[in-house]
Design a protein around this ligand. Structure first.
Ligand code: LMG
Ligand code: NDP
Ligand code: PMR
Length: 400
């Protein structure tokens, strides 16, 4: 009965205390199936690469022509008119599926946004945009593999060549490897979940900050997708393994498992924990951005938990039984379930709603889909830890 009562706590509402649990089911064989790594094969396919390059050239040409007709160039109109006339330009990472795609669709449908879909699989993204019915003039697909810092730098260069201002950046892409027995690594040798979800986005947002500063848009924002599962002040955040960055010794050691550990806290590899740790880093990073840059730049820095979108590709590495039971479990038992479409509307709100300009906050939604400013866990709001994560990450990605 007590468990049932606990399970029906609305997903987005925090239990405002740290719940202690000594139960660890990490050794449970239920999800212990090892899987191959389809992502790497996708990235390396030379045919796709060639087509990507060709399509990119085509698209860049098309979009440039369109820019001339749909949006006034900087310095063309009077400052006030300019602000209201042109479309907003938003980069969304991982817009080829799930939440990112649904957000791209929601924004494109307003007719007020041009979406740069920053994706590792160019063809998949093109097909997804078409299948979702996103009008051609409202998006540009650009290649970005967050698991390679070279690719991140290349993406930023390519973005500059487009000649578009940058108004909003949405860091949405992520990988989740809950069944992996051994760690896999990014091109630079960082554990893949933290390397992709945190370090890739850290470098991307740092490199694009100057572009955002230069934009004349009315409300400039950097948004990162956090999660309830990284917040240990919630029931969901207490399902083992729990997020915990410890004293950051693994992160300091470079997360490569050679001269230390692939985990941020220096412990043994655990894919589910690495994901949750990466989400804590995401939420800490936005707060640190806020402290360092909000006043000076006026940019809004925020994170969010859009609800449990139990049907997305995020769970592709989980065992089939989990993928079968997880959506009904979330729909009927925890009631934390949200459809991809609804979640996309929520993130689109954080991108463009004039009432959601507050910086340094973590947004969630209640049952009626009304947004509210939620409280992060003790660790995910620890300013000292945020600063340390920032400083170490800077070194790892070559910015310091
Ligand atoms: C770790 O396991 C893995 O080790 C790791 O590799 C990674 O996958 C990680 O976060 C991802 O998970 C953690 C997880 C695995 O452990 C726990 O969640 C701890 C709690 C387990 C408690 C089991 C006792 C269940 C008691 C049942 C009470 C039911 C009350 C509801 C009443 C319903 C009435 C209809 O372990 C699990 O997730 C095991 C899940 C066990 C089933 C949960 C019971 C729900 C019953 C309803 C069925 C509907 C669908 C269930 C779907 C479960 C998917 C999460
Ligand atoms: P999906 O798997 O559907 O989307 C993730 C996206 O990230 C995909 O487009 C994927 O590309 C992309 N991606 C993965 N690795 C890379 C990489 N190396 N470079 C570039 N892009 C990459 O999952 P969701 O839509 O669920 O996840 C979106 C965000 O929402 C994530 O940040 C996740 O943590 C967060 N979130 C999700 C929740 C949920 O319940 N689903 C709950 C809370 C937060 P590709 O299509 O090529 O695989
Ligand atoms: Mg969780 C209020 C309850 C709630 C919510 C909102 C979520 C969200 N989960 C809740 C409860 C529970 N989950 C309970 C009681 C259990 C034990 C049966 C449970 C289990 C569970 C597993 C095994 N849940 C999971 C997993 C995953 O593998 C997912 C995960 O941790 O990904 C990191 C997950 C999730 N639960 C959520 C959400 C939003 C997720 C996944 C997505 C994410 O955080 O990005």
């Amino acid at each position: 009965m007590a468990l049932q009562a606990a399970l029906s706590v609305p997903s987005a509402i925090s239990i405002h205390k740290e719940v202690k649990s000594n139960v660890s089911l990490k050794e449970s064989g239920l999800f212990g199936v090892s899987v191959s790594e389809p992502l790497k094969a996708e990235i390396k396919c030379p045919l796709i690469r060639k087509q990507e390059v060709r399509k990119r050239k085509l698209l860049v040409g098309t979009i440039r022509a369109q820019t001339a007709t749909t949006s006034p160039t900087l310095g063309e109109a009077a400052p006030e008119a300019k602000k209201t006339l042109r479309k907003g330009n938003v980069i969304i990472t991982g817009a080829s599926s799930g939440l990112g795609l649904a957000t791209a669709k929601a924004l494109a449908d307003t007719g007020k946004w041009h979406i740069i879909m920053a994706c590792r699989n160019f063809l998949k993204a093109e097909r997804a945009a078409k299948a979702a019915g996103i009008a051609k003039e409202n998006y540009t697909v650009m290649h970005l593999d967050l698991a390679s810092l070279d690719s991140v730098r290349q993406f930023v260069e390519n973005f500059h060549r487009l000649g578009r201002p940058l108004d909003v950046l949405v860091c949405n892409a992520a990988v989740y490897l809950p069944t992996a027995k051994e760690p896999s690594f990014t091109a630079e040798g960082f554990e893949l979940s933290v390397g992709t979800n945190h370090l890739g986005h850290f470098l991307l947002s740092r490199l694009l900050l100057d572009d955002m500063k230069q934009s004349d848009f009315t409300s400039k924002r950097v948004i990162i997708v956090g999660s309830i599962t990284g917040n240990t002040n919630t029931l969901a955040g207490n399902v083992p393994p729990k997020a915990n960055l410890g004293d950051l010794r693994g992160l300091s050691g470079g997360l490569n498992g050679l001269n230390g550990s692939p985990m941020i806290d220096g412990g043994d590899f655990d894919g589910a924990k690495a994901y949750k740790d990466s989400k804590v880093c995401n939420m800490l990073t936005m707060q640190e951005f806020h402290r360092r840059y909000h006043e000076e730049t006026g940019i809004t820095f925020a994170s969010l938990y859009p609800g449990c979108i139990a049907t997305t590709g995020l769970f592709r590495e989980h065992i089939p039984l989990f993928r079968l039971l997880f959506p009904p479990f979330q729909k009927y038992i925890t009631k934390g379930y949200v459809s991809e479409e609804e979640a996309g509307e929520r993130l689109a709100q954080v991108v463009s709603d004039p009432s959601l300009t507050k910086s340094g906050v973590y947004w969630s939604w209640n049952k009626n889909s009304a947004s509210f400013e939620n409280q992060l866990s003790k660790e995910a709001s620890d300013a000292e830890k945020a600063r340390k994560v920032w400083d170490i990450s800077e070194k790892l990605v070559g910015l310091a």
